[in-house]
Design a protein around this ligand. Structure first.
Ligand SMILES: Nc1ncnc2c1ncn2[C@@H]1O[C@H](COP(=O)(O)OP(=O)(O)OP(=O)(O)O)[C@@H](O)[C@H]1O
Ligand SMILES: [Mg+2]
Length: 354
């Protein structure tokens, strides 16, 4: 939980509405807002909820985020698992989750809120997400939503909201979704998204690779695979690492991982480059030839949690340049997993009149 102080934030004295940035992600929800002292805080929470019965009153109560995941692994619900609330039940769970989250963190209700939302061809899901956003207690002054990849590109391309006035391409690498879009002064052109090149796919491949690399002796779960990826994945200087598993019937088995993690990451990166180079870019060139040329001469913004893997940005730039036979520049913001929220926050500040 990172909290940064910003002495210049004087929304409470000036009477200007407070700006809030929100990304409702399938794995993590991230908020940025000024807390009760006016200090800026960034909160990351697992997007999950568990309900239980109060042992004394018998009333139904809810726990959310890390505590729900740790205490009720047997029945915790990740209601945005596919990226959007798919049905009424999940929409209601998402609504409840978000209320609990903003109440627990005392996010100001009297606020201008910008939501970063995923680009997906799922109208029912998007409508459900809109309902969740509109019925939330925050954003009494104003509420807007912008595509997640546009919000993420904002901190990648400048210190303010310069990206909103440029022509560029943004690629967002999430846990359930890979998204590529071009933007022309904030307008989204040729949105492309796929659910088959994702951070979750990398985790599944790591599970299978570990089993193969250890000749069937070791079976890790998806959470462990994700931790291997996040802690050891590295396109610049991957180092083999060891881990230990307890064996049924006693004793432990130590094993070393040489290839399982990087093989999965190389599959991911090649698939992502292939989709951008051979599906998204040809469509953009076909529909918007001049903006396509302009966008390729500008920086390409690469964001989302998977862009946190060391060397991902440089390697994406190298492989994409090779694939399209043209030198392109790819940039990522400081914290690619928090970038969509940071961009949403900056846009909210601008809307609030700063
Ligand atoms: N250092 C890291 N920090 C956070 N996530 C990381 C890191 N390294 C890799 N990842 C991966 O990035 C993915 C999460 O990305 P992100 O937070 O952008 O997803 P999301 O917005 O919740 O998902 P989606 O956009 O698919 O709805 C996960 O697969 C996660 O394991
Ligand atoms: Mg995302």
């Amino acid at each position: 939980m990172a909290a940064e102080s910003d002495a210049s934030d004087d929304s409470f004295e000036s009477g200007e509405p407070t700006a809030v940035g929100v990304k409702l992600g399938s794995t993590r929800t991230v908020l940025k807002y000024p807390d009760v002292d006016g200090d800026l805080s960034t909160v990351r929470s697992l997007t999950c909820l568990a309900t239980y019965e109060d042992a004394i009153t018998g009333e139904e109560r809810a726990l959310f985020g890390e505590r729900a995941a740790a205490e009720y692994p047997d029945r915790v619900e990740y209601m945005l698992r596919s990226g959007l609330p798919e049905d009424d039940e999940r929409a209601e769970l998402a609504d409840r989750y978000f209320r609990e989250l903003v109440d627990a963190n005392k996010v100001p209700r009297d606020s201008t809120v910008v939501y970063a939302v995923p680009t997906m061809e799922n109208d029912a899901g998007l409508e459900n997400l809109t309902d969740v956003i509109e019925s939330s207690p925050i954003g009494e002054v104003q509420m807007r939503s912008y595509p997640e990849s546009l919000c993420g590109a904002v901190p990648a391309l400048g210190d303010g909201v310069e990206a909103v006035n440029e022509v560029f391409i943004a690629v967002n690498m999430g846990s359930t979704n890979l998204e590529a879009s071009a933007y022309r002064r904030g307008d989204q052109l040729v949105p492309f998204s796929t659910g088959s090149i994702t951070g979750n796919d990398v985790d599944r491949r790591i599970v299978a690779n570990v089993e193969e690399e250890t000749q069937g002796r070791v079976h890790v779960d998806l959470t462990t695979a994700r931790e291997y990826k996040e802690e050891h994945g590295d396109f610049e200087g991957f180092e083999p690492f060891s881990d230990v598993v307890q064996q049924p019937g006693g004793g432990s088995h130590e094993f070393t991982i040489e290839d399982s993690v990087q093989d999965a990451l190389n599959w991911y990166l090649d698939a992502a480059v292939d989709a951008v180079a051979n599906e998204f870019l040809p469509e953009l060139a076909n529909d918007f030839m001049k903006p396509y040329q302009l966008a390729l001469s500008n920086d390409i913004a690469l964001t989302g949690g998977m862009a946190c893997i060391p060397g991902m940005t440089e390697e994406f730039e190298r492989r994409l340049s090779e694939e399209i036979d043209r030198e392109v520049d790819v940039v990522s913001p400081d914290d690619p997993d928090l970038a969509a929220t940071e961009g949403a926050y900056r846009i909210a500040e601008r809307l609030a009149g700063r």
